[in-house]
Ligand binder design. Structure first.
Ligand code: ADP
Ligand code: MG
Length: 747
């Protein structure tokens, strides 16, 4: 389907500009250019001659600068243009007198002293804002400005630029928004027909405007309403393409086969339930039943289990695994780190007791085995683990990505449980799914980072979601505080005093650092206390300070907490040493553990009451939430101290304050998503590739997404191949080629 929008940009605009589009924005075709939507719109007033201005008007004027001065509001002194840099952070007023040739008008700008060097006498510009009066002088207060080049001074160009809505494009110095605007106008003026991916019938039913009209209105709006209806249409279009892909995927998954694993009575699961030292929470029992029902179907389960840190997901997963073993299958539990895999292995073995001692003296009659497979096993242990997996002797195999290697075979893999999905690559999950021959294994993904409903719907399609909302009884609350080490240095000292007090009460503490610090030592970097060089966005002088490291803290605490039993733990320690440190910490033989994020997930030491996170602003919101979940797991109230060298009022500080203010994971994941770009949701922003979601917000546009989903379902149910809708089909195809949907593909 060749239409105008597939034409090369250079057929319409100058070769040099076309080249810039290609280099700066990766835009080659007319279609791509037209989908480069404005970032926002400049709102201006009506272009008004000076002598017709009225107090209270929202107006735009065109004039030339006659005089400009800037003074400090504190000292009332005039500031010389060469000195403005020094007054960047002072209160200043810049007064500009502009003229239209006959009359003068005064403009007042606050706290923008640098304007004195931009709006030099003779400069022609547009100014817009509210007309006010100051001591009988008519003024524009804090107006918007757009400097005009001499060649822009035709009446027509000024009229065009003064239009009430001007699109502002994502742009760069090399390709300014005015150039983009001009190019788009040329293209739109020459564009004949465009094929609309949204079927006519749906446009009418959903009261959406057609593509041609929408392009005009999104790029060259006359009114606010214009770009609103245009954006609405494009959002729907994005949602429809996305949901069509998901609907097609669902049709495919619905056709996939899985071995049904029906729950059987009198097996391991019943034995296990009978031995549980506590009563399942209502949520745990309910989610268990949902899972058992899924497992009994001849199609693969694809379920997300979300629940706060400590909500007891492991028991739920273990019960699912046991039920699969009872039904003659095997289960694999995939953990993101070796420490966590080892922990899980220990926990499961302990919880199962003699139920995991198949073939051993004292093992229960119908017992199974729990295998462990990680990268650092010695050859013999590895061979045994692989043999147990391949022969089926191990009903449950716990492991890291080592489980995904081709050599690892299973006798009958029926269920894959993935712990803490956010740390786990999509490809890796896909690889594990391929391990069970013709039938696809059931999958259960556990996460403590809840995913808002619309994101789950957008990114994961029909992934079923189970949520554990209540915490098991006997949990203690966690108190969190930010320790602003730069502004309140003595708070950090107090933090160590708190750690000492907690240890004095018989509790234990974690100190978490973003870095190990065993790189080749750079004396200048490592010397002195942590404070050397704060690193906030605009305060950075020269090189930012490297993050505080485990080894650094160990050295500092030597003098403050030297009499306590302090140890370190990080990923580059030998495996047996890691194990030994973890088990001694669990046994209460270590008071303070200085660690990297190896402890982030799953580590369960109820006696640990306190966590100090160093350079907390270097961690993500959800990561902090995870980390914090390591304390307050027993009857002791938890305390989490977020140490930061960020300035008060900075973005980093804002994020930390949000984390300190709530332990509600849903709230935090919302904040997290809001502070990131939408593209990140689909995991594409880092790659710099273009996302197929440009205007659609998975958080804000829930209603649009729901409608689009409904529409997509009905389209696909009657016409799975979209034979009747070739335009939509080609949009779907190109979205599938983008990386965003790579993600969908493998999920
Ligand atoms: P998470 O959801 O963070 O993975 P875990 O499964 O590790 O949580 O559970 C945290 C702790 O709570 C474990 O020590 C576990 O044995 C315990 N636990 C789980 N379910 C219950 C329950 N119903 N009653 C009491 N304790 C429970
Ligand atoms: Mg867990």
């Amino acid at each position: 389907m060749k239409t105008d929008i597939d034409r090369k940009l250079r057929d319409f605009i100058g070769a040099k500009t076309a080249k810039s589009f290609s280099e700066v924005l990766g835009i080659e075709t007319v279609g791509e250019l037209l989908r480069h939507y404005p970032r926002r719109y400049l709102k201006k007033g009506e272009l008004t001659p000076f002598d017709e201005l009225e107090i209270g008007d929202q107006a735009t004027v065109s004039g030339r600068v006659k005089k400009v001065t800037v003074r400090s509001l504190d000292s009332k002194q005039e500031i010389r243009p060469d000195d403005v840099q020094k007054f960047r952070r002072h209160k200043t007023i810049t007064k500009v007198v502009v003229t239209d040739g006959r009359n003068d008008l005064e403009l007042a700008f606050f706290n923008q002293p640098w304007l004195v060097n931009k709006l030099t006498p003779g400069t022609a510009a547009l100014f817009w804002g509210e007309v006010t009066r100051f001591r009988d002088i008519m003024q524009l207060k804090g107006p918007g400005t757009e400097i005009l080049d001499e060649e822009d001074l035709s009446e027509e160009e000024i009229e065009r630029r003064a239009k009430p809505f001007r699109p502002l494009y994502p742009a760069s110095a090399k390709l300014p928004t005015a150039t983009i605007e001009r190019s788009i106008k040329i293209v739109l003026d020459n564009l004949e027909d465009v094929d609309d991916p949204i079927p006519e019938l749906i446009l009418r039913k959903e009261r959406l405007i057609g593509l041609r009209e929408a392009l005009q209105k999104v790029h060259l709006p006359e009114t606010e309403k214009d770009w609103e209806v245009a954006q609405k249409r494009f959002r729907f279009e994005e949602a429809l393409v996305m949901q069509t892909i998901l609907a097609q995927r669902r049709a495919v998954t619905d056709a996939l086969k899985a071995v049904p694993r029906e729950r059987t009575a009198g097996g391991l699961l019943d034995e296990f339930d009978a031995r549980l030292p506590f009563k399942l929470t209502a949520g745990q029992a309910e989610v268990g039943d949902e899972i058992f029902a899924d497992l009994a179907r001849p199609h693969p389960m694809h379920r997300l289990l979300q629940g706060e840190v400590g909500s007891g997901k492991t028991v739920v997963a273990l019960r699912a695994m046991l039920s699969v073993v009872d039904a003659g299958g095997q289960a694999a539990l995939l953990a993101p780190t070796e420490v966590l895999a080892t922990q899980h292995h220990k926990t499961l073995t302990k919880m199962l007791g003699e139920l995991a001692e198949q073939g051993m003296l004292g093992g229960a009659e119908q017992a199974t085995r729990v295998g462990l497979l990680t990268g650092s096993l010695n050859a013999a242990a590895r061979r045994t683990a692989m043999l147990d997996a391949a022969s089926g002797a191990a009903g449950i195999v716990v492991g890291t990505h080592a489980l995904l290697e081709d050599k690892v075979q299973f006798a009958g893999l029926g269920l894959v449980v993935v712990d803490e999905q956010h740390r786990f690559g999509v490809e890796q999950r896909a690889a594990l799914s391929q391990k069970s021959g013709d039938a696809t294994p059931h999958t259960l993904v556990m996460t403590a980072t809840p995913i808002p409903r619309t994101v789950a719907m957008t990114v994961f399609g029909d992934l079923a979601v189970s949520t554990l909302t209540e915490l098991p009884a006997g949990r203690s609350p966690i108190m969190s505080s930010v320790v602003p080490a730069l502004e309140k240095p003595n708070w950090l000292d107090r933090a160590w005093v708190r750690v000492r007090e907690e240890v004095g009460k018989g509790h234990q503490a974690y100190v978490v650092c973003p870095r190990i610090g065993d790189e080749v030592k750079n004396a200048a970097d490592e010397e002195g206390d942590f404070a050397a060089g704060a690193d906030d966005e605009d305060e950075t002088k020269g090189k930012p300070r490297p993050a505080i490291s485990v080894l650094q803290v160990a050295e500092v605490l030597e003098s403050t907490l030297g009499d306590l039993r302090v140890e370190i733990l990080h990923g580059r320690l030998p495996a047996d040493e890691k194990d030994s440190v973890m088990s001694r910490f669990a046994a209460g033989e270590i008071d303070v553990l200085i660690a990297t994020t190896v402890i982030e997930v799953g580590v369960d030491v109820p006696n640990a009451s306190t966590m100090v996170v160093m350079d907390a602003d270097r961690f993500g919101i959800s990561q902090l939430h995870q980390l914090r979940g390591r304390v307050g797991r027993g009857r002791v109230p938890g305390l989490c101290l977020l140490v930061t060298y960020a300035w008060g009022g900075s973005k980093s500080m804002g994020r930390l304050e949000a984390v300190a203010a709530t332990t509600d994971g849903f709230e935090l994941s919302r904040i997290d998503l809001e502070t990131r770009r939408e593209g990140d949701v689909l995991g594409v922003a880092q790659s710099g590739r273009r996302s197929s979601l440009k205007l659609l917000s998975v958080l804000r546009d829930e209603e649009i997404i729901l409608t689009a989903r409904h529409v997509a379902n009905s389209l696909i149910s009657v016409d799975a191949e979209l034979a009747e809708y070739p335009v939509l089909r080609s949009f779907v195809r190109s979205a599938l080629e983008s990386e965003a949907t790579d993600y969908l593909e493998k999920t």
